[in-house]
Design a protein around this ligand. Structure first.
Ligand code: NAD
Ligand code: LMR
Ligand code: MG
Length: 525
């Protein structure tokens, strides 16, 4: 009977084209986001098919930057349950709440946010769930994790954002965030319950405010299968882009790779996470850890970070300079003229912080300046791509956190890189899952980075890209996963002995075979 409700000339194979047309007929990105999530609910195979065939167009709608807008407005665009909420009011019986999730035994990856620092947008409370959903869509599209093995989680611990507490349609509990002791108790109960209820699960922490991001990573990383995407995933992806950028820059200047000098504008979880990972760039080129540290300068809202500053937060101490004792340096151009960096990396959430004077100061001291404005979403980016090209006369080596379109300047078309952890976390998670790693080591994160850096094709190298093209993300995730598996084996962290018996090429094709594809019988992830 149901079939009679379909139009007689409807050809199902055309439906992907029809959906694409419907999607493109909407002009506002948020409307497209709502449309796509509705489609996922109605026909998830069709949705992922569309996504896989149109990554470059659709990823920015499900993920950064549009997901930021979806989070800000989530209480108002909410349609249906899409993930798991665990609230501070559930303290004492979190295990019962988690046990209500279907398919707990087969679940493989959870992305967990507490909504306290969504992208650079601040404390969005219970509106943070779409960030977990967006990241998991990338696990599915980018690494072939089976949709039903993914668990998007938002911890509702209240919010300190008054406009949400005052909003009658706000979907979270109406209270301020807990003090550290209450939050620690909640988190300890949550993570232990996760381990019991989801025995094969790996947890990705996402968009926790900086202090808590560092704290819970340190507290849990060797006891549970967890990693923090903003610290480790970002560190890994930027190390990778930096390796390729430094090669391009040094080829132009003749400067040895170990002579690079890196200035971080922004010293939060992302800035410090990346700075720590970049130490290994220098140790790879023969410097000692102390010499490597001396190649890095950090800046926060008060200026160049020096060790003599009073009340310095714990995470800023490691890179605080001990070799500067002049008056506080606050202006970025002055800081550039003092440091003489070869690379300027922005993780500050400060829109347009890289002004014309800043970019020109970088271009004056470098043949090919490396400038990465990495803050998300795009309306918080430190630098627009067309400005970067124009102000450096096309010489800049550029990657941004959110996507930009290519720019044509003086008849040459330039292609930007996207330095976003989306190139790392799907493959890192996949590798950890397949090897059944007990935890994620620093060396696994570093190997992920090196695998990504080496994944450029000849054509991508000729185009001077620092990251591969997005439509190859499944190949890239497979290469990253393979490097992660081999490193887990080296450190004896793996429990899947079978993978040890496979030569590299067989391992790589097995990873590909394990990937879920829409409309196909389900493999094992
Ligand atoms: N590209 C990526 O893959 C990626 C990954 C993680 C985070 N990010 C982005 O990085 C940004 C920062 O994230 P976070 O977790 O480190 O946040 P955070 O709030 O902890 O850190 C922001 C840092 O910027 C500094 N800052 C703020 N205003 C400043 C100013 N006027 N001048 C100089 N410094 C200033 C702050 O002092 C702080 O050190 C966010 O926009 C986030 O979306 C990007
Ligand atoms: O979500 C992103 O696009 C990258 C990163 O995790 C961020 O917090 O900005
Ligand atoms: Mg994040």
């Amino acid at each position: 009977m149901a079939i009679a409700r379909f139009p007689p000339y409807l050809i199902t194979s055309d439906h992907r084209e029809r959906c694409l047309e419907q999607l493109r007929s909407k002009s506002a990105p948020l409307e497209k986001y709502i449309y796509l999530n509705g489609l996922k609910e109605r026909d998830s195979n069709l949705f992922y098919d569309l996504l896989l065939q149109n990554m470059k167009e659709i990823i920015p709608l499900l993920y950064t930057p549009t997901v930021g807008e979806a989070c800000v407005n989530y209480s108002h665009i909410w349609r249906r349950p899409e993930g798991l909420y665990v609230s501070i009011e559930d303290k004492g019986h979190i295990r019962d709440i988690l046990s209500m999730w279907p398919n707990t035994i087969d679940s493989r990856i959870a992305v967990v946010t507490d909504g306290s620092r969504i992208l650079g947008l601040g404390d969005l409370g219970a509106n943070g769930l779409p960030i977990s959903i967006g990241k998991l869509d990338l696990y599915i599209a980018g690494a072939g994790i089976k949709p039903s093995s993914t668990v998007p989680i938002c911890l509702d611990l209240g919010t300190n954002t008054q406009r949400y507490l005052d909003d009658p349609l706000y979907i979270g509990i109406r209270r301020k965030r807990p003090d550290p002791e209450e939050m620690d108790e909640f988190m300890d109960e949550f993570i232990e319950a996760m381990k019991d209820v989801f025995p094969s699960l790996m947890v990705q922490f996402e968009d926790f405010s900086t202090d808590n991001a560092f704290k819970y990573l340190d507290r849990y990383r060797y006891k549970y299968r967890v990693f923090n995407d903003d610290i480790q995933g970002t560190g890994s992806v930027i190390l990778s882009g930096f390796i390729n950028a430094a090669n391009l820059s040094s080829a132009a200047s003749g400067k040895p790779l170990a002579d690079h000098r890196i200035l971080f504008f922004g010293a939060g979880s992302a800035g410090i996470g990346v700075a720590k990972q970049l130490l290994s760039f220098f140790t790879m080129h023969g410097l000692t850890p102390e010499e490597a540290k001396a190649r890095i300068w950090t800046v926060d809202s008060k200026g160049l970070i020096t060790a003599d500053r009073k009340g310095l937060q714990e995470h800023k101490k490691f890179f605080a300079r001990t070799d500067y004792d002049g008056p506080a340096l606050k202006d970025l151009v002055d800081i550039i003229n003092y440091v003489k960096p070869t690379a300027l990396l922005g993780l500050s959430t400060l829109k347009n912080a890289f002004s014309e004077a800043v970019v020109k100061a970088m271009a004056a001291i470098n043949e090919r300046p490396i400038i990465f404005p990495l803050s998300n979403p795009v309306n918080l980016s430190e630098l627009e791509y067309h400005d970067a090209i124009e102000w450096t006369n096309g010489k800049v080596i550029f990657a941004s956190g959110s996507p930009y379109f290519p720019v044509t300047y003086k008849d040459v078309t330039y292609e930007p890189g996207q330095g976003n952890n989306m190139y790392i976390f799907p493959g890192l998670g996949l590798g950890a899952i397949l090897s059944r790693a007990r935890h994620v080591s620093d060396a696994m994160v570093e190997q992920a980075s090196i695998a990504l850096a080496s994944s450029l094709t000849d054509e991508e190298k000729a185009a001077e890209l620092v990251y591969p093209r997005l439509n190859r993300i499944r190949d890239i995730s497979a290469q990253v996963a393979s490097a992660v598996i081999r490193q887990a084996q080296k450190e004896d962290l793996d429990a899947n002995n079978y993978l040890r018996t496979l030569p590299d090429d067989v391992l790589l094709s097995l990873i590909h075979d394990k990937m879920w594809r829409p409309h196909e019988p389900t493999p094992h992830l």
